[in-house]
Design a binder for this molecule. Structure first.
Ligand code: HEM
Ligand code: HEM
Length: 136
């Protein structure tokens, strides 16, 4: 039971991570394919609705990762003790959320900030993959 529950919350962290990264992907798709999608009016309006949901809720998705991260941590730590790859992934994720909050609160964040925030998203993916693949 605990094993499944712990894994389930780990899975939820990954789902929310995916939703935060969609922020980048929907904008990219819109920029690259927006013009040709507009020729299918209905399809494009559905896409635009999804894009709005993804962009508007980015901060919420980002903050919710921390809630599931804490839940996953408490369940797994009580069963297995510490996981080094888990701690690294968690550290990168908390750093990313703090950076996101900083960018949101200081309005003049600039291009450098966005580049760092995007880069950490990639590093986070790699650290999560290492946590799933390596058994420590
Ligand atoms: C971004 C942070 C994290 C993510 C996305 C994540 C995700 C996951 C997922 C999806 C699993 C299930 C893997 C499977 O069933 O094969 C898992 C397993 C595990 N996680 Fe995490 N985790 C994170 C952080 C942590 C932290 C901080 C700890 C510290 C205790 C931890 C401890 C564990 C352990 C011990 C397992 C293995 C359980 C087993 O052997 O069945 N994780 N994690
Ligand atoms: C797991 C956590 C997070 C990940 C992986 C993540 C990832 C990203 C990515 C990839 C972008 C680039 C989107 C683009 O190119 O426009 C972005 C933009 C942004 N993020 Fe995050 N983010 C996370 C959490 C947060 C949090 C918690 C906040 C604030 C509370 C935040 C605030 C922002 C802001 C202000 C932008 C600028 C673009 C926009 O407003 O949509 N992020 N994030």
């Amino acid at each position: 039971m605990g094993q499944e529950l712990g894994g389930f919350f780990g899975f939820l962290i990954i789902v929310l991570y995916g939703l935060t990264v969609l922020n980048y992907i929907v904008k990219w798709v819109n920029k690259r394919y927006g013009a040709s999608m507009k020729t299918h009016e209905k399809g494009y309006s559905v896409f635009k609705k999804c894009m709005k949901i993804v962009i508007r809720n980015h901060k919420l998705f980002g903050l919710l990762t921390v809630v599931f991260l804490l839940t996953h941590f408490f369940i797994q730590f009580n069963q297995y003790g510490i996981s080094m790859t888990g701690v690294v992934a968690a550290g990168v994720m908390v750093l990313q959320v703090l950076l996101g909050l900083y960018g949101f609160l200081t309005k003049n964040k600039g291009k450098g900030w966005l580049l760092i925030h995007r880069s950490i998203a990639v590093i986070l993916l790699l650290s999560i993959l290492s946590h799933l693949i390596l058994a420590f």
